[in-house]
Design a protein around this ligand. Structure first.
Ligand code: NAD
Length: 363
């Protein structure tokens, strides 16, 4: 909603990327996308569970496919990246097609980072990695991340049919992972009007689609709207700097090995409740996107819970004794955040998330 009482002051940069969105596009559009980029020998990468779909894409590419490498793993261990780079070189690849979730796309990015080869992404979850120039590599248990335009996929092929096989629990947690990108984009230091529009629409599409998908996982239209929401939320992630919520998930995943999308799902209502007093415009936009919700953090918590998502960090395997260490790490080197990040404040937030208490906004 336009608020003409607020002066405009922003910068906005677009990354060159082509988006193709339609059912069946993984097979019908990926070869054209490779041809548009002038690619004749692409390496297709995926995880072991996504091999069937990736093989169909490889078959559709025909002679433009130089090989299939099905070794993607969560958080891109550096030895996995090394082997993939070697496979790309051995195949004489001139590009890479990543088919799968954030892990497969992360492996494609690792190849692009080291070789400069152009990347095409064919996402099968809502992680949003396909819309960002952010790469990640894990070595000796520690995850390093960075931004490099070379890893931004040049072409993204969204095919809702690929997401039909996403089990409902993963659909819900991956969907909330996407919502987290939009939520933090709305109060990011580099927020801008276009990104805010994408964030609000992304939240609207995803929160409306998730209950429909959970009720009827084979509903291709609902799957399409969820994937559309994921695209917008991913674009927000690529365009802005994330805050406390992403920092917490980074610490909980990196140091304590908690699962990515599930951790986002549990933490988001609490991180938003913490930031709410300092981000009133973001809360107004989120309330609009959720049909006029009065208590946005509670509405997100209720939505995820009603769809069977995990509710507590304890359920995800965190130990009570880890809370203080996690709080210290998150408060020690905080990401930019609308509300001051204090060790006590973060400990209270994490304790509530650990117990799975109803989130409450305190000023
Ligand atoms: P993932 O790619 O590991 O997938 C989770 C599980 O779901 C895997 O077992 C996978 O095989 C399976 N799966 C994927 N698509 C499926 C489908 N359509 N049907 C059935 N099963 C399917 O998890 P994710 O949540 O998509 O991505 C998480 C990773 O991505 C993390 O390493 C995270 O750090 C990274 N990530 C990076 C960025 C970025 O901008 N660089 C953004 C978001 C996430």
């Amino acid at each position: 909603m336009t608020d003409t009482n607020t002066p405009l002051d922003f910068s906005y940069e677009t990354q060159p990327a082509r988006i193709v969105f339609r059912p069946g596009a993984a097979v019908s559009a990926t070869p054209d996308e490779a041809a548009r980029l002038g690619l004749r020998r692409v390496l297709v990468v995926c995880g072991s569970r996504g091999e069937g779909t990736a093989r169909a894409v490889a078959d559709a590419l025909g002679e433009a496919c130089a090989g299939l490498h099905a070794e993607a793993r969560m958080h891109v261990p550096v030895e996995v990246a090394d082997r993939a780079v070697e496979a790309a070189r051995a195949a004489g690849a001139d590009g890479c097609v990543a088919v799968g979730g954030g892990s497969a796309i992360g492996l494609g990015k690792a190849i692009a980072l080291r070789t400069g080869l152009p990347l095409i992404a064919v996402p099968s979850t809502y992680s949003g990695s396909e819309m960002t120039p952010v790469w990640g590599l894990t070595e000796h248990g520690a995850k390093r991340t960075g931004r490099d335009p070379a890893v931004q996929p040049r072409s993204v092929v969204y095919d809702p049919e690929l997401t039909l096989s996403l089990p409902v629990p993963l659909t819900v947690t991956s969907g909330v992972n996407a919502l987290a990108h939009a939520v933090e984009a709305l109060y990011a230091p580099d927020a801008s009007p276009l990104v805010s529009l994408m964030a609000e629409e992304g939240v609207r599409a995803m929160t409306q689609a998730l209950p429909l998908v959970a009720a009827a996982p084979g509903d291709l239209d609902a799957r399409g709207w969820a994937l559309y929401g994921a695209w917008l939320c991913g674009a927000c992630l690529g365009a802005t700097t994330m805050g406390l919520h992403h920092k917490l998930c980074h610490v909980l995943g990196g140091t304590f090995g908690l699962p990515h999308a599930e951790t986002h799902t549990v933490v988001l209502p609490y991180a938003l409740a913490y930031n709410a007093p300092a981000a009133p415009r973001a809360l107004t936009a989120l309330a609009r996107a959720q049909g006029g919700a009065e208590d946005v953090p509670h509405a997100l918590w209720a939505l995820a819970g009603s769809l069977g998502a995990p509710r507590s960090l304890a359920e995800l395997g965190l130990k009570e004794t880890d809370l203080a260490v996690a709080a210290e790490q998150a408060a020690g080197q905080p990401y930019p955040n609308p509300r001051e990040v204090t060790a006590d404040g973060v400990l209270a937030l994490l304790t509530a998330a650990y117990e799975g208490r109803e989130p409450s906004v305190d000023a």
